[in-house]
Design a protein around this ligand. Structure first.
Ligand SMILES: NC(=O)c1ccc[n+]([C@@H]2O[C@H](COP(=O)([O-])OP(=O)(O)OC[C@H]3O[C@@H](n4cnc5c(N)ncnc54)[C@H](OP(=O)(O)O)[C@@H]3O)[C@@H](O)[C@H]2O)c1
Length: 333
């Protein structure tokens, strides 16, 4: 028997239950992973709530989560990719991230083809903090807009999990970074993570504040907040600038009239998903290798986020929804 955090119905954080379950031996092509660090993601909250992008009805009970790191305990028939004792991490298991979940557990059987072996110098806690959020930052920077010296970038919710990595990485690439944040305390954290300027966007209109810093407008906006920030950001972006909406912490971005992009300066908008970025295994592995190198170089510092015990996942969800967390949140079984 192992312990897992399950839900038997959709609802608030109180529906999370810490329960004993039986885990069968790993099946064909699977490896049994003893989790040592489990990621908390905004998507987990959406699955718990029964959120807007759940296409197929959930079959309860459901173990939440789809990203973790740990050690291979045993392998099923036909597994050649890993062996017992290997340190590994994974994000998603051959389905949309919010389907086939199950990482909020002490152990889990995972298709071996989904596992990434961790190199020396990258801890399991760092890997759990890095996989989805780092691959999302990699998607934005490598597929959409790569900042260079001379660019000014606006990063919304700069102390969020993805926002922290985008801030560190954009600064490393030589950009001037403006971060919006929800509190003065978060402003200090954002500065420590590479933001040259911070704006308290819950108290002030960020558009004129950005224009004061960079009157011609920013080269790109990286936005995981969505509804509250994306369209207003058109007014602080330079002509031909990029607006990347990778998330929706405040809700869906409303539909955009494409003619608005011409009127606002021939802007470029995109709404990328990490799953496209990692769909080809060789490209996924290359993206992970780049992230691990950036961690080893000290460019990405992901271990300073918030940590909870897995059995306290209910509190972790409450804090995430109350905008109290900073950086990548990791839960320890
Ligand atoms: N495209 C993809 O493939 C992909 C991949 C990963 C994540 N995402 C999405 O990207 C978004 C950010 O993910 P993350 O892991 O970086 O998030 P996170 O660490 O949980 O941070 C979210 C932050 O958003 C801000 N926020 C603004 N309005 C909010 C609201 N109404 N409720 C809660 N938070 C609000 C808060 O910062 P302040 O207090 O500073 O405002 C909060 O701390 C999520 O929507 C997530 O689902 C997308």
């Amino acid at each position: 028997m192992i312990k897992a955090m399950r839900i038997h119905e959709n609802g608030g954080p109180e529906v999370l239950k810490w329960e004993e379950i039986e885990l069968p031996p790993p099946g064909d092509g699977e490896a049994r992973i003893r989790h040592t660090a489990i990621a908390l993601n905004f998507s987990d909250v959406n699955v718990r709530r029964g959120g807007f992008y759940i296409a197929n009805p959930l079959q309860f009970p459901v173990i939440l989560g789809n990203e973790a790191a740990g050690v291979v305990e045993s392998v099923g028939p036909g597994v050649t990719e890993v062996k017992p004792g290997d340190r590994v991490a994974y994000v998603g298991v051959n389905a949309p991230f919010y389907e086939k979940t199950g990482s909020y557990a002490e152990q889990r059987n995972v298709p071996a083809s989904c596992l990434i072996k961790l190199p020396d110098g990258v801890s399991e806690r760092q890997a759990a903090a890095l996989m989805l959020k780092g691959l999302t930052a990699s998607l934005v920077i490598n597929r959409n807009f790569k900042p260079t010296p001379g660019d000014t970038i606006l990063i919304h919710a700069a102390t969020s999990g993805v926002g922290t990595i985008l801030s560190q990485w954009s600064k490393h690439l030589g950009a001037t970074v403006i971060g919006t944040v929800g509190s003065q305390e978060k402003a200090e954290i954002a500065k420590a993570n590479g933001c040259d300027h911070t704006i308290l966007y819950r108290e002030t209109d960020f558009v004129p504040e950005v224009k004061k810093i960079v009157p011609e407008g920013v080269s790109a906006v990286f936005d995981g907040v969505g509804k509250d920030t994306f369209i207003p950001s058109f007014d602080c972006t330079r002509p031909f600038g990029w607006l990347v909406n990778y998330g929706n912490a405040s809700g869906h971005v409303p539909p955009v009239d494409i003619l608005l992009l011409a009127k606002k300066g021939s802007l470029i908008i995109t709404r990328p998903a990490y799953s496209t970025h990692v769909a080809v295994p060789a490209e996924r592995d290359a993206a992970c290798a780049e992230l691990f190198d950036l961690v080893k170089q000290g460019v990405l510092k992901v271990e300073s986020g918030t940590t909870y015990a897995l059995k306290d996942a209910e509190q972790a969800h409450r804090d995430l929804e109350a905008r109290k967390t900073v950086g990548s949140v990791v839960m320890i079984p």
